[in-house]
Design a protein around this ligand. Sequence first.
Ligand code: FAD
Length: 516
Amino acid sequence: MLRNVVIVGGGTAGWMTATYLKEAFGDRLSVTLVESARVPTIGVGEATFSTVRHFFDYLGLAEHEWMPACHASYKLAIRFENWREPGHVFYHPFERLPKVQGFTMADWWLKLGGERFDKDCLVIPALCDAMRSPRYPDGELFERALHDGGDRPRRSTLSDQSTQFPYAYHFDASLLAEFLADLGTSRGIRRVRDDVLEVRQDERGWISHVVTREHGDITGDLFIDCTGFRGLLINQVMKEPFESYQDYLPNNRAVALRVPIDVVENGMRPCTTATAMDSGWIWTIPLSNRIGTGYVYAEDFCAPEDAERTLREFVGPAAAEVEANHIKMRIGRNRNSWVRNCVAIGLSSGFVEPLESTGIFFIQYGVEQLVKHFPDENWQPELTAGYNRAIARCLDGVRDFLVVHYRCAARADTPYWKATKERPVPAGLEERLEAWSVRLPDETSIYPYYHGFEAYSYNVMLLGLGGHLPQRSLPALDYLDDTEARAQLARVREQASALVDALPSQQEYLASVASG
Ligand code: FAD
């Protein structure tokens, strides 16, 4: 058995990895985390994906224990603004589409028509518009009465993909890293605040130890690179090539602001907002004490100073005194994220732009897969290969899903948006797009490996983006009685309105969580 794991990097990736490994293997594995006080963390990363709930469950953390400490709020959806045309809005919620007679409500909606697909077929858009909490005052989850089933048991495992949760969170990722650092050290993780100056390898090229400024050499069996975009261990030392996604996803820069707000005055939308702009898009993420916002753009189409000016104009006077954080993004993934005795997790492993909030999801998936493939002193190559396959597929799948966002957005009014329709797409996607122009995506026609997103997400995006819709509804539906489908549409309207009446506002609910 291996005894010692050394993690380099104390951002969100480092501390999520450390605490998860400690929870999984307890005292059988010693975990040391080395983090530099000089090299800052990335300082962004506030919206998450719905499986994140299982991470907190796995650590045995209830919401009231960590949410107030991280200024967290609920995220039920992403609100897309201006992706089809100026002023157009739709939501991509964490809510699966109901089925009627074996066909999803997306298929039925194309046949029956309506005003807005997302609001006609799903309840979460109404909760977002009304800024509702997903929980009743007694803590019960809103969806108890709906088709998706009820709350999940605590201490679930991360890998249970069937239990996609109906919401995710927004939080301050730096505060989460600090919270997990305190938790981790109380659970036996050794925390070393120091700079890694050198990484030494043995004659086979395996890492033997890291050399620190003040704590000498730190030896280990397995080394985890959580050093962010610099990939200190995996790229600089192990020389693993990084495969860029830039040909498909050109956004490679962001400028971010932390804007103080009065939540009582402004309310808190329980969703991330992604607003399409001339050369990219702006995220708006409500936390309990401020808004996180940033413009993600392609430097081929926009200069950093123009991006900052655009973002400041978008936010208004509240941003006047706030310092901007300009970030260069490395978009793509390592050819392999596990090489010999070095595993990269977090930005050092790979990243796609934050459009569907998958950075922290990749960390969670990375550490979960590491536990499943954890080696012993035999270092079976099949375990390494299995891990690398799972990670590569997950990132490639998300890449493809994001390409769909740009390619299928009706918007084509600026050079940036025109180019989204002309750029090549990853292998296999062109055929899928062709198939979807006749029949909406299902589990057999989306990217075939686990990448977090299910067919319902593709349906919601295609119907919301509006630039790549089937010409007509499915012929099969003409042979079926549509009474039940019409009843389902009516039921959604009733449920949505009853929930809006019954649920507290997110701000009221979070205040009650904070006061215990
Ligand atoms: P970092 O935060 O960069 O941490 C690196 C760590 O390594 C630091 O602790 C540093 O001190 C340490 N280090 C570096 N060199 C040394 C050394 N020599 N010795 C010792 N320590 C060292 N993700 C989401 O899930 N949702 C989002 O909404 C989201 N938005 C994003 C927006 C942007 C613009 C970007 C760029 C990313 C976003 N992400 C998002 C991704 C998310 O920020 C990261 O996945 C997450 O913060 C993890 O970062 P990290 O820990 O890998 O790297």
